[in-house]
Design a binder for this molecule. Structure first.
Ligand code: ADP
Length: 322
């Protein structure tokens, strides 16, 4: 193993584009003179020594693949002071001078703790939910949006043929970004997100009835996972309106698939930036998108930020999806 190595791992929920980020870290790291170690299954790999030395060809043909070739995991053991200490000691034995952690807020908390234990970490935002407050964009979001739109366009074809209402649930436990963007893109009559309170009569039934008056006969109601109750909602809409209503929960289909151009490019830029930061001796930073540009921010500061929901786009959707 090289005298001076950096490591890369993917942690928490997987997202399309993580592989493109891993590839960028490996290639940039090697070209800047580092050895690069791939850590398997998130922080678990540091604890169990599941680590391999990467070379330029280890990441051939992965830029277009979904999932993560390094595998990912949630690690309860790492999420303890003793676990963090054990991981830090493992890094020192491996001559690791820095780690790039690709994941969500939970993974960044781990990166902050590991930096505190003496191993400089850089976080890259990878999650299909776009739920990282510090970054306008997270790796995987574009692919997930496009997958959901493609699926709902298919549902729409059949809903339209039968004059049906379709209630479609997309991912997003705490964050309605996916539901909002996809809802606008498919012309959903109602968009229900955790960030905005809604009323069954006013925000669903009255809107359906209003659209019916001008001849609309099929409807899509978009629900974010965090709102929940999708199947019951479909039943209630059918009982109230008499319109045949079906519920579809898209689920994990949204996590998979080949990353879009945007995710591949953003992941490549962010991965490169992470290595530049380690080369410059920075630590405890997260690479983010702000104003459309790739910049970086202190992890602790990033973790204290509050997400801002795009209420303007939500209001536009209310006015034009009628
Ligand atoms: P995500 O990164 O997608 O938000 P999780 O919240 O599951 O996913 O976090 C991934 C892993 O990061 C956890 O399994 C745990 O090992 C580590 N982690 C999460 N929170 C903390 C924390 N507060 N301190 C240390 N490690 C943490």
């Amino acid at each position: 193993m090289s005298a001076k190595s950096i490591a890369v791992l993917t942690s928490g929920g997987d997202a399309p584009g993580m592989n493109a980020a891993v590839r960028a870290v490996v290639r940039a790291g090697i070209s800047k003179g580092f050895g690069v170690l791939g850590v398997r299954r998130g922080y678990n790999g540091l604890l169990s020594g599941d680590v391999e030395e990467m070379n330029l060809r280890s990441v051939s043909d992965i830029i277009g693949r979904g999932g993560t070739v390094l595998y990912t995991a949630r690690s309860p053991e790492f999420n303890t002071p003793a676990g963090v200490q054990k991981a830090a000691e493992a890094c020192k034995k491996l001559n690791v001078v820095g780690i790039v952690v690709i994941g969500g807020d939970g993974s960044f908390r781990g990166a902050r703790d590991l930096t505190g234990a003496g191993v400089p970490c850089i976080g890259l935002p990878g999650t299909i939910d776009n739920d990282i407050a510090s970054s306008e964009y997270t790796i995987g979001f574009d692919t997930a949006m496009n997958t959901a739109v493609e699926m709902i366009d298919r549902i729409r074809d059949t809903a339209e043929s039968h004059d049906r209402c379709s209630v479609v649930e997309v991912m997003g436990r705490r964050c309605g970004d996916l539901a909002l963007q996809v809802g606008v893109a498919v012309g959903a009559t109602s968009i229900l997100v955790p960030e905005v309170e809604w009323d069954f009569q006013k925000d669903i039934i009255d809107r359906m009835r209003f659209a019916q008056k001008s001849g609309k006969q099929h409807f899509i109601i978009m629900v974010a996972e965090g709102v929940g109750g999708t199947t019951e909602l479909a039943k209630k809409i059918q009982e109230t309106t008499g319109i045949e209503t079906r519920a579809t929960i898209l689920g994990h289909v949204q996590r998979g698939g080949s990353p879009t151009l945007r995710d591949r490019v953003v992941a490549s830029e962010m991965g490169y930036r992470a290595v530049e930061l380690l080369e410059a001796g920075s630590s405890n930073r997260v690479v983010i998108m702000r104003g459309g540009k790739i910049v970086d921010l202190d992890i602790t500061e990033a973790l204290s930020m509050q997400r801002v929901f795009d209420k303007k786009l939500y209001d536009i959707a209310l006015q034009i999806s009628i």
